[in-house]
Ligand binder design. Structure first.
Ligand SMILES: O=C(NCCCOc1c(-c2ccc(O)c(O)c2)oc2cc(O)cc(O)c2c1=O)[C@@H]1CCCN1C(=O)/C=C/c1ccc(O)c(O)c1
Ligand SMILES: [Ca+2]
Length: 482
């Protein structure tokens, strides 16, 4: 369950948060496929509560009404079309699976995708679930439970959401049927939302009942789904992510917290020389890594002040390091703009999601940030694809906030987060030749639109990153020789 089954030579997934299925299919064909992205995490495709009273908050999609594939992102036919079109261009689909709970209790202005429910009676006829399918006696997780009481964190309600009993055979059957239907439609795996709130022993039973990936969508026979479990564990809680790593991969929240700190002015990049498990991070093969995600980019999630698109230079620096360093399996966040941390995606007067527009410079409009379309980010996806599993060698630093390293003989990257210029002759480990810096530009024809770097026969080159430049990174690799 720890292998994403990316198409050959691909390494990185992007979370297209709140995108519609038709728009994702188009983005696979026009951008993500050609640019070598490995996969997409999509928003929960199952029917959710429609919370008009809170003006359609983003978290309404984390309140399931049923496992019917009907949401604002599209219907079952559009979902199947998206999976087929993305797989056809080598881009995998990973589903955000909400299997810990159903909705909260609402009496004010709420709606659904067509199904009914009686929250007070724990009755969800569209699944169907009844009172016996939920944990009892009824209890709600309190703040101190996270530190003291692992059983309450699993068996009580998270934020008042009806807590399913995954020990029940009926509940297991409903969940497994839902996930197997998606596997048959060609998805490559799942994010397990709120995994910390479910017993590892129950999750193991559910995972083992999942079918192999569908070979008709290009997966090898016997391929098991890629499963990454959302376990927010920054230490100090009764529950440890180590309870979940024997089962499948785990979201490594410390990764984004530590890199955000390292790339925020005033800290020292040189400490990253031993980045990885020596920093208390999970083993590389167990870790789904990211800088920010849909929850903590809004501030109230785990990890304190996480870098986001709102601090572009530092964010791109941290993202570039994530993609340049071999540790973990990285995921990029792709967001919509927001001021209100509760706000859902851009929508029209009747609540339909507005599609991202694509500008002439290939950026997005209509309120969509599309971080994945920023040149400094998608070019580093190509860097990661090119350098493969080569090792970090020839680490150099200035004893402070300037670092550089090679990836085998395939790539070289340098960072300058000092407030003075980097201007050094450094070992790039690359064969002699002239390379385009993929951060400040790209190769067009036989010239570089940004910096070009001349590597001598000794592998060394003059590396210059001014402290006032637009970006703090320089990267060259074998995929980009001019
Ligand atoms: O103040 C809120 N929630 C209480 C604090 C955050 O707690 C939640 C956590 C949570 C937070 C930190 C933890 O250490 C932890 O174990 C769990 O996970 C969720 C997962 C869901 O599928 C649906 C939810 O409503 C939540 C949730 O409320 C607002 C209003 C309701 C939704 N929500 C939210 O803030 C929604 C947050 C949310 C939603 C989806 C997610 O995947 C997620 O990670 C967080
Ligand atoms: Ca639970």
């Amino acid at each position: 369950f720890k292998n994403p089954h990316y198409a050959t030579g691909r390494t990185t997934m992007v979370h297209l948060f709140e995108w519609k299925w038709d728009d994702i299919a188009a983005e696979c064909e026009r951008f993500l496929g050609p640019r070598g992205f490995g996969g997409i995490q999509i928003s929960p495709p199952n029917e959710n509560l429609v919370i008009w009273s809170r003006n359609r908050p983003w978290w309404e999609r984390y309140q399931p009404m049923s496992y019917r594939l009907v949401t604002r992102s599209g219907n079952e036919q559009q979902f199947a079309n998206m999976v087929r079109r993305c797989n056809n261009v080598g881009v995998r689909i990973y589903v955000d699976a909400i299997i810990n709970h159903m909705t909260g209790t609402w009496n004010e202005n709420v709606g659904t995708g067509g199904s009914t429910a009686n929250f007070g009676n724990w009755h969800y006829p569209a699944v169907p679930y009844g009172r016996n399918d939920f944990n009892w006696p009824h209890c709600v997780i309190q703040g101190h439970d996270y530190a003291c009481c692992a059983d309450r964190v699993r068996n009580c309600e998270l934020s008042g959401l009806k807590d399913l009993n995954q020990r029940s055979e009926h509940v297991r059957t409903m969940i497994v049927n839902y996930m197997n239907r998606l596997i048959d439609m060609g998805v490559a795996g799942f994010r397990i939302d709120a995994a910390k709130h479910m017993w590892p022993s129950d999750l193991r039973v559910i995972y083992d009942r999942l079918r192999n990936l569908n070979t008709a969508h290009g997966f090898p026979s016997g391929a098991r789904p890629y499963i990454y479990q959302e376990v927010i564990d920054l230490g100090g809680e009764a529950i440890s992510r180590n309870e979940y790593t024997p089962l499948a991969a785990v979201t490594e929240f410390r990764f984004g917290m530590e890199l955000s700190r390292a790339f925020t002015r005033g800290n020292q990049l040189r400490w990253l020389v031993n980045w990885g498990p020596q920093w208390g991070l999970l083993g590389s093969g167990d870790a789904l890594t990211f800088i920010d995600n849909h929850d903590n980019q809004r501030g109230h999630g785990a990890g304190g002040n996480i870098l986001t698109h709102k601090r572009p230079k530092e964010y791109k620096g941290a993202i570039a390091f994530m993609l340049a360093h071999p540790y973990g399996k990285p995921q990029l966040m792709s967001s919509f703009s927001f001021h209100d941390t509760e706000a859902g995606p851009p929508m029209d007067g009747s609540g339909n999601i507005i599609s991202p527009s694509i500008n002439s410079d290939n950026t997005c409009g209509n309120g969509w940030v599309c971080e994945h379309r920023w040149r400094q980010i998608f070019q580093m996806v190509a860097f990661r694809n090119t350098v493969g599993n080569t090792a970090v060698t020839n680490w150099w630093d200035n004893g402070g906030n300037q670092i550089a390293f090679c990836r085998g003989t395939m790539g070289f990257v340098a960072f300058n987060n000092e407030n003075w210029d980097l201007n050094q002759r450094l070992q790039t480990c690359l064969p002699a030749g002239t390379y385009c810096d993929v951060i400040s530009g790209e190769k067009s024809g036989n010239r570089c639109t940004g910096k070009s770097v001349v590597v001598g026969n000794d592998g060394r080159a003059q590396i210059v990153i001014g402290s006032h430049e637009y970006d703090m990174v320089l990267a060259i690799h074998m995929g980009h020789q001019s």
